[in-house]
Design a protein around this ligand. Sequence first.
Ligand code: FAD
Ligand code: NAP
Length: 301
Amino acid sequence: MGYDIVIIGGGPAGLSAGIYASRLGAKTLLLEKLNPGGQITLSSEIENYPGICEVKSGLEFMGCWPEQAKKFGCEIKSEEVTKLSMENEKWIIETHKNKYKAKAVILATGSNPKKAGFEGEEEFTGRGVSYCAVCDGFFYKDRVVAVIGGGDTALEEALYLSKIAKKVYLIHRRDKFRAAPHTQKKVLNTPNIEIIFNETVKKVIGKDFVEGIILSSNKEIKLDGVFVFVGMKVNNELVKDLAELNEYGEVKVNLKMETSKKGLYAAGDVRSDSVKQVIAAAGDGATAAINAIKYIEGENK
Ligand code: FAD
Ligand code: NAP
């Protein structure tokens, strides 16, 4: 099955690329392994995308992006890409079910949550350890939880959980947060969030479900759930032997979103120097699509 452009990943970068590429007349296929929408669909709120004058959940915000792409002719299939290679100047994109050919590929595979690395983290995932407050927060109604991390995600999700849980411990390994000052202020003004600085979680304790945590100072806290928000790891597996990466494993691009490999573009969280925001991912997707079309038409060779 041959296409002009195959887009891998259906988050804000991939869907924006899909809208632009198909609207500009390219035969476009977008492959997404989960539901389209990307990681923002795990977020309880988005309020910093221009035009969003009322706070929305990530899921609601991303709701119509796939429809918009399909309206212009972008095909969207629910398939995980397992291999990317080049044969006779055509890109070969393999999934568990199919093999596709394309003149250009846009990699928009985004990023995934990192593990914090405490004892019991794997064992208790889904049994009190979570990486998604929107998905699991409700299980902790009127209960006690901990949030680990000091970035925007940790603080925003601690605020979200403070409206559901009786108490939220916010545990950060340093004594300064990285999150936006506006969000820090909100956290400081929330009475049921207790901040614990200069500590990490050593281990979780419990039988079938989490019953407590032991901190690096050996202090024990009884609680029901642990939410981990300690940053993201970029999904570079498909191209790590094909294109140049930077020291963080991000795919190196220039201002056209071109990677070191001709006809291969990277957009969104997966590319180098991304500010890892929805607006930036969407902009990258549009830039990559416009330049991929120029490449196909012989302008960007
Ligand atoms: P992603 O959204 O990660 O999408 C990548 C997609 O690719 C995923 O759907 C994935 O399933 C798919 N994929 C990966 N590998 C494959 C494969 N091999 N085959 C097929 N599909 C694949 N940003 C803001 O601007 N404002 C916010 O308020 C905000 N809040 C956030 C809250 C949370 C909890 C998190 C985690 C992030 C938040 N961000 C926010 C950051 C924002 O979500 C990301 O910057 C943005 O989603 C990146 O978009 P992307 O399309 O590059 O990647
Ligand atoms: P992040 O900014 O990388 O923050 C990760 C936090 O986790 C840091 O505070 C870090 O501590 C801590 N940490 C890392 N590893 C740890 C470990 N093993 N144990 C304990 N703590 C650990 O990640 P993020 O908050 O997920 O944000 C990712 C990107 O998305 C950022 O660019 C962010 O701005 C963006 N984002 C934006 C919004 C928004 O605009 N509203 C919302 C969410 C996310 P140190 O501080 O000591 O390094």
